[in-house]
Design a protein around this ligand. Structure first.
Ligand code: B12
Length: 291
């Protein structure tokens, strides 16, 4: 176990003996005690965290990108120069590939001199408690005498329905049944490429309690544009305040969803109970606030 990672000089073998090995952090790492954030490998200054490759604080990063220039030594040099302009030091091209038609793909290793203060980082998170299906049903039965109507769609030009289906369809995802399997929800899944106007028309007709939107394609930030436009339209049609709006997709997060005017956002690896838990707690909170 000893010697598997490079430790800071002031972390001694005696420290490791004294603190033991933290199974969460892996062999050779010991927990940080009494330092801001109180997490991370011992010896890391959490106020100045740097990328690392071989040894802590070496600043090593790897990035890949394509250039619209023909494959060759000039393309590699162009890649190195771009990296220096990005503030990266000692750029080394580890891989270059001819993409054809005058394009080149590069993988570059370089050193970044920058650090972040991890102790000052705060990221908004969905605050609902994770409940299992039984607990969601129980909470719904305590507060509502009707089914809660959930409308889902993959909107705009986006045809990637696997994500929204994973959350909504009975079959569900990764062993967890989707919202259709919950007695407390009535689910309508409109499928792919639904225009915002059509989604809101359906929401009105369905008297939706919640709208779930999936956005997978992010080219030219179309997901942001499309999601923001939905909220604008909902506000213009006086539908925003009465409906819980949730966005999801592989490049979405709670932070981005809040920025775009949604109530919550879910990213990669989301399971149906995560969403069911949020929905039931949000709807109970709204009901309580209205009483
Ligand atoms: C399958 C697939 C397709 C299928 C889609 C079939 C279908 N019915 O969905 C087809 C072949 C049609 C397709 C087409 C295209 N695709 Co495609 N596709 C994929 C692929 C391989 C898998 C996507 C997937 O199913 N993931 C599995 C699901 C379960 O994961 P997920 O979507 O992330 O969903 C989870 C979470 O994000 C979250 N979630 C998702 N939505 C929601 C919604 C809510 C409300 C909530 C709460 C949670 C939630 O929960 C889910 C479960 O955890 C990805 C690459 C990849 N490996 O991811 C490319 C990918 C998404 N496709 C891509 C592209 C570019 C395209 C095309 C433009 C290609 C082309 N030039 O024609 C077209 C676009 C068509 C269109 N108009 O949208 C790019 C997108 C790049 C980008 N960032 O914009 C990707 C990333 C491939 C790549 N590396 O370039 N594609």
């Amino acid at each position: 176990m000893k010697g598997e990672v490079t430790l800071r000089p002031h972390v001694t073998e005696a420290d490791i003996e004294a603190h033991g090995v933290d199974p969460q952090l892996g062999p050779g790492f010991v927990p940080v005690k009494g330092e801001p954030g109180a997490q991370g490998p011992r010896g890391v200054d959490l106020t100045a965290v740097r990328a690392y490759g071989d040894t802590l604080d070496d600043g090593q990063v790897m990035l890949s990108f394509s250039l619209p220039v023909p494959f060759g030594d000039e393309a590699k040099e162009a890649g190195r120069q771009l990296c220096r302009q990005m503030g990266l030091e000692q750029p080394a091209v580890y891989h270059a590939h001819d993409l054809g038609e005058g394009f080149t793909y590069l993988v570059v290793y370089a050193r970044s001199p920058y650090a972040v203060d991890f102790t000052k980082i705060s990221v908004p998170k969905v605050t609902s408690h994770r409940l299992d299906k039984h607990a969601v049903e129980h909470l719904a039965a305590e507060h509502f005498t009707r089914k809660l109507r959930v409308l889902g769609a993959c909107t705009g030009d986006d045809a990637h329905t696997v994500g929204i289906d994973a959350i909504l369809n009975v079959k569900g995802y990764s062993g967890e049944k989707g919202l259709e399997a919950y007695k407390c929800f009535e689910v309508r899944n409109m499928g792919a490429q639904v225009p915002n106007e059509v989604l809101l028309r359906e929401a009105r007709e369905f008297q939706a309690d919640a709208i779930l939107v999936s956005q997978v394609v992010t080219q030219k930030d179309c997901h942001r544009t499309n999601l923001a436009a939905l909220i604008d339209l909902a506000e213009a049609e006086n539908l925003r305040s009465g409906i819980v709006f949730v966005a999801g997709g592989p490049r979405l997060s709670h932070t981005i969803a809040l920025e775009l005017g949604f109530d919550a956002g879910f990213g990669p690896g989301t399971l149906p109970p995560d969403v069911a838990s949020f929905l039931i707690q949000a709807l109970v909170a709204r009901q309580t606030a209205a009483q």
